[in-house]
Design a protein around this ligand. Sequence first.
Ligand SMILES: *[C@@H]1O[C@H](CO)[C@@H](O)[C@H](O)[C@H]1NC(C)=O
Ligand SMILES: *[C@@H]1O[C@H](CO)[C@@H](O)[C@H](O)[C@H]1NC(C)=O
Ligand SMILES: *[C@@H]1O[C@H](CO)[C@@H](O)[C@H](O)[C@H]1NC(C)=O
Length: 738
Amino acid sequence: MWRSGVLIAFGFIVGLIIRFTNGEHLIGLGSYDMTGPAAGVNMMGYANMEQVTAGVHFRLRARTFIVVDGIQGPRFAFVNLDAGMASQLVTIKVLEKLKSRYGNLYTEKNVAISGIHTHAGPGGYLQYLVYSITSLGFVKQSFDAIVTAIEQSIIQAHNNLKPGSVFINSGDVENAGINRSPSAYLLNPAEERARYKFNVDKEMTLLKFVDGATQKSIGAFSWYATHGTSMSRDNKLISGDNKGAAARFFEDWFASITNSASPPVGDASAQEKAKAIKATGGQPCGKTTSQSFKVRKNGEGSRFVGAFCQSNVGDVTPNVLGAFCTDSGKPCDFNHSSCHGNDQLCVGRGPGYPDEILSTKIIGERQFQKAVDLFNSATKELSGKIDFRHVYLNFTDIEVDKDGNTKAKTCPAALGPGFAAGTTDGPGAFGFQQGDTEINELWRKVRDLLKEPSQYQVDCQKPKTVLLDTGEMFVPYAWAPAVLPIQILRLGKLIILCVPGEFTTMAGRRLRDAVKQTLISNGEGEFDDETRVVIAGLTNTYSQYIATVEEYTQQRYEAASTLYGPHTLSAYIQEFSKLAKAMAQGTTIETGISPPDLSSVQLSLLPEPSGDSPPPGKKFGDIKQDVSSGSFKKGDIVSATFWSANPRYDLLTEGTFAVVEKLQDLRWIPVYDDDDFDLYFKWGLDNATFFGLATIEWQVTEEATSGLYRLRHFGSSKKTNSSPIKYFTGTSSAFTVS
Ligand SMILES: *[C@@H]1O[C@H](CO)[C@@H](O)[C@H](O)[C@H]1NC(C)=O
Ligand SMILES: *[C@@H]1O[C@H](CO)[C@@H](O)[C@H](O)[C@H]1NC(C)=O
Ligand SMILES: *[C@@H]1O[C@H](CO)[C@@H](O)[C@H](O)[C@H]1NC(C)=O
């Protein structure tokens, strides 16, 4: 008896091992709305104080996948944020929430939170001062929206965990990124450059997740490097830029192919919505109605999740037509990206130039199309171990090997004048040029007023001239990070390097190569040439750029923003190699010193909206300007303007401010919402009366079927700070689309 019991148990275990070593892991995906405040909040990315949110082009989301080795083995969670970058404080708060919910299942070691680098999301969610000056400090509403979305997307992914498999595929994305600092790239050794065909990495690596029971795909995550700067520094609509757009297109494409037997996207639950309208007597109002009107059934945990993640993006711009002088139309100066000495006249052009929305769409589509190809042809299954290594490092003084014999050190963080010059994606302050290694007497005085750098710092940062000594500035609180996390995640033969910044193309290649070689030489056959290494950029916290030591000599924007001096990249390579070695040998790594939680000292100078009223004789939701005609064609722009209140009273998370409704069987059915690329919610004050206005603008979608339509706005208001929130809605007159 006993023996047969053992045999049965043995057989069971062998069965499990075969089942799981055959590539089956537990996998779970999740996704949650993190759009945030759509009025009056500075956007994160260009550091342009005038760029404040004024509506929504399409929504921002946090998308997560979790993989578990076998049933009880190690796991990790990877979160892709439609945000400029990860934030240390966001990461700290998310980890606290996960700890109280799941104990030690999800910690800093096995959770990675990565930003797509859109420059069109609400800012004020980072804790170091440099990153919240233009947002007038910390913005709690931005922060909370992001923390909640990450937590909710992880909860969904966790609750969705089921046996399944992961497939990997890769291929080149054409014409979605060029090098914006080619003169710096050329400073890398000729032999090294000769190993690569291009001065940017074109490769996209994609994971496809398939449910083990149904064999249906449940999601895909891809990594590819191109900046989220298709939208310019003048844009005021919240947008996920080209990667957010690619994700929207991919998820909608998947819904359209899987629902082809049933009604198309948007009509998936037409009956349910029809009931909702009926229940409110055909005049829906109130938040719950707005949410039940959501065209996409998000947030229910079972939708297909498609994410486009960022990589070694440092010197890669999506403005692929090149940079030109706005006065002469000629190409800019090659070494300085300026026009007769003026950095502000040199601006990059996207493929839809001069239409930035079109550029966003085109660069999004190029990534989306490649992802579809890779998704449809993915056959290589990722089996094998799930593992991770993580460490916190104080980057202020890491000792590195310089050239065999001599040692060098990293420095406290500092920014050079090339930082102030900005880039061809978003020129910075007047009077600076990329490549400057000197600053004039006036700026030197201004700098010294803030903080005169120590002699040690001046020498350490050379050839960068210190313009802002952020690493030595602590008043009122730290201006720049000192402690950074680095992390390696392993999913079979895929290695994900989570870096807290923007590696340039060549810096990223060196890091990937070093990690791969370390894994192969220490892994006793577990790793080989088939091992793939991807960089997940802007992950867990943010510390700006990482250029190679050669690129650093030119001090263009990326080098001037390489915080910890010329040997920053060497320090990363050295420390990542230690993690890789530990992973290959199965040893552990000391956690290191934790980064500070600066939440209690944050300054917040941006006021919250304090109450709104409609103009005399009007109600919120009343029309100010109706649609201009009774009939429109595809591609036309239809718009209507409503008296409305500040959209910050209720962010309508997982809801919508704007809907296009279509008359079907005598009922108005919602067919598009503010997450659609062709539908815009624009917010502003009437410039004569200063009352709030919401404009709903629809560029009639190519796929729209002919019929009778109308535009609808949803909003919420508060009379004073202490009044309860009220919800309202308004509709335009009906119009035909032919
Ligand atoms: C750029 O700078 C390098 C190094 O100073 C110089 O050799 C080169 O001629 C410059 N190129 C142009 C186009 O000005
Ligand atoms: C990082 O290292 C520097 C130099 O040793 C030290 O002054 C600083 O206090 C450290 N920072 C933290 C947060 O430990
Ligand atoms: C409000 O400002 C916009 C843009 O500056 C302008 O086009 C419009 O005519 C102004 N409207 C009024 C009523 O002043």
